[in-house]
Design a protein around this ligand. Structure first.
Ligand code: SF4
Length: 267
């Protein structure tokens, strides 16, 4: 199918600012889903609130636009009642890690078969540029005009520590690998977390001396490196990208089915 077959054109033009990374990620999602061969009718997209969550309105799958931070809770309910469906949850960093942080770690711990896409632009864009759990120490935001004193969550380490069985990081600059990673994450049976470092030139970029979205993309190119590269050894401050874990583990819905079977036998 063509990209436009996945889009609800009636909701365009979209609300995203020029240069925003969310459009790139939406395009990567479409291409990844197309590569998996999963039928449109078998895919459910669930989002919370934020600029990134608008993806649920723009893509033509079964979609639920829910409460801030609660997308994974809704997605868990859908998956448990219809485990044959493919669940994808696009979230922003605030949505996934602050308001929805608890849902994220418990979904990871259970290893429920859902793909969580965390679009990390280090700021709350929709509500005016407040600092988020990934803004970073010393960076500026609407609510940190003298510099942020909170340390950042490392999304990859958080997901690994919480028990996600597929964890990856990529950026909006690395489009080809983003598509490949998303395809693998969606196909993976278990909880997948994909962090996509993405640009909000309007609120994060302007406050932190990035003159344009292009400069932010160049930064992602020069400040990241593939996992375990020689460059990482030489420059340990580089951010690693790639797949950190891809492991088969008991999946929550399958385990739940076994409990139902046991309970039926004991009647
Ligand atoms: S405010 Fe930031 S995240 Fe929101 S649409 Fe604009 S550029 Fe994108």
């Amino acid at each position: 199918m063509a990209v436009k077959d996945y889009i609800r054109e009636r909701f365009f033009p979209h609300i995203w600012c020029p240069g925003c990374g969310h459009g790139t990620i939406m395009n990567c999602m479409i291409r990844a889903i197309e590569s998996t061969g999963i039928k449109k009718n078998d895919i459910v997209l669930v989002s919370g609130i934020g600029c990134s969550s608008r993806i649920c309105g723009y893509l033509d799958f079964h979609t639920l636009h829910t409460l801030h931070g609660r997308a994974l809770a809704f997605a868990t309910g859908v998956k448990l009642s219809r485990p044959e469906l493919t669940l994808i949850v696009p979230m922003g960093d605030g949505d996934a890690l602050a308001i929805g942080g608890n849902h994220l770690i418990h979904a990871a711990r259970r290893n429920i078969d859902i793909t969580a896409i965390i679009m990390n632009n280090s700021v709350y864009g929709m509500t005016g540029g407040q600092y988020s759990p990934t803004t970073g120490y010393g960076n500026f935001s609407a609510t940190a005009p003298y510099g942020n004193i909170d340390q950042s969550f490392d999304i990859v380490k958080l997901a690994l520590g919480a028990g996600a069985s597929f964890v990856a990081r990529t950026t909006t600059y690395h489009v080809t690998s983003t598509i490949e990673i998303l395809e693998k994450a969606i196909a993976h049976k278990g909880f997948s977390v994909v962090e996509i470092i993405s640009q909000c030139p309007v609120y994060f970029g302007r406050k932190n001396e990035f003159a344009s979205a292009v400069n932010m993309l160049k930064y992602y190119r020069t400040h990241t490196t593939p996992i375990g590269s020689k460059m990482k050894k030489k420059y340990p401050e580089l951010i690693e990208r790639g797949i950190f874990i891809q492991e088969e583990r008991p999946e929550y819905c399958s385990e739940y089915d076994k409990i139902i079977e046991k309970a039926h036998k004991e009647r």
